[in-house]
Ligand binder design. Sequence first.
Ligand code: 5GP
Ligand code: ZN
Length: 131
Amino acid sequence: MCIFCKIIAHDIPCHQVYEDEEVLAFLDIKPVNPGHILVMPKKHYQNIDDISEDDFIAVMLVVKKMGKLLKEKLGVVGYNVTENNDPISGQIVPHLHFHVIPRHAGDGHVQWPQSEYGPGEVEEILKKLKS
Ligand code: 5GP
Ligand code: ZN
């Protein structure tokens, strides 16, 4: 059983923020900023590729709810929603979860570095995506 399944089964404690039939949300043990929430399906899916559409919708509705909660209750002015899909992207816990991360002016967290497309590259990518 994965660590989040153990939390969902109440074998390991968490600071729960929200629960319904399909979804659990609790505070990340090592927050990027205080109030950092993890939202996940109660059923074990490794990632977005695996989750059923119904559970995915249920999870995303809670992500939206948690964002609203952060704004209303903690006075957060904005937040990031991230999901590390597969280990290459930084997924450590192999149970699909979304991070809802409060952001504050001057909190020092940098955004993704971006780059430019090389000649013809964007057309090639688009051709593959649409083939
Ligand atoms: P990932 O890199 O898989 O997207 O993120 C996993 C997140 O889960 C990390 O931010 C980490 O701090 C959090 N985490 C790992 N183990 C526990 C735990 O036992 N309890 C809680 N509340 N968070 C955890
Ligand atoms: Zn699990």
